[in-house]
Design a protein around this ligand. Sequence first.
Ligand SMILES: [Zn+2]
Length: 322
Amino acid sequence: MTSNNVHKACFQLTMKLKPLAILLLLILAVHTTHTMASSCSGQGVWLQVLGSGGPEIDDGRASSGYLVWQDGRARVLVDMGSGSLSRFEQSKAALNDLDIILLTHLHVDHSNDLPALIKGSFFTRRDRDLPIYGPTGNHLMPSMTAFIEGLFGATGAFRYLKDYVDGSGRYRIVSGNVATGPKSVSGVLEKDGIKVSAISVDHGPIPALAWRLDIDGSSVVFSGDISNKKNSLWRLAQQADVLVAHHAIAEHANPVARNLHMPPSEIGKIAGRAGVKALVLSHRMKRTLGKETESLAIIREHYQGPVTFADDLQCFDLLQDK
Ligand SMILES: [Zn+2]
């Protein structure tokens, strides 16, 4: 993303922000200019943040969720945490436009609204198979395919929706597991102009993936929740237009939190080493809200590109200058 395009990043909620919040953004010099758009549905490739929060229930933010739009169609959904479905509705995305759903891992704040999305599909015109990819499982988490089976299979929690997996419905969920062991980038899928890659990342004991999408010359990488102890994400994020990094903890978080999440210094190192063109900080929690100045200063020790602290429904235009 060129600096010009960075300036095009739209801030749908800016008009709703209180003056103090606007002043804070200016002080942080997160972006030099802000423009607004009513949606991310313009021409080109756009990233939209559905949920910029974590699992907290009193932060006013939806949990993790993102859309990648191309030419007015929301083609990829990454994560579907609590509240993301409501934001999906607000985004005016159409379920039938989705080519694929990718989950970084299966913590509740990344997956909870998935069954509600599938139930809601009954009232849409979805009529083609829906691929859903996620990590392999372990003793704490099911694999993506086991998760789908556990929700919608013949003995699943929502078995009344089994038509969506047994082939008798209007469309079928086609789930797939991506290995969470290798430290190298896996090419997962290449279809209709979308290239999907993943790499295994460390999120404590939870199997987790970071995802990369390359669409029409634009690229965006989603860290998911990650402590970065595997030191793998920078490989996936090489020269990406945008890295969406989860900023769940402050620099001096306790060891338990650091076993699950990366501090700002680690985010800065990854962004700098990968040479990403812009950084979007999401999965914001009370532990980091209000500490933006401190976090940004630490990130700046390693990375000089544009940094945005994300809010729900915010849009970023990834279209390259041509
Ligand atoms: Zn998590």
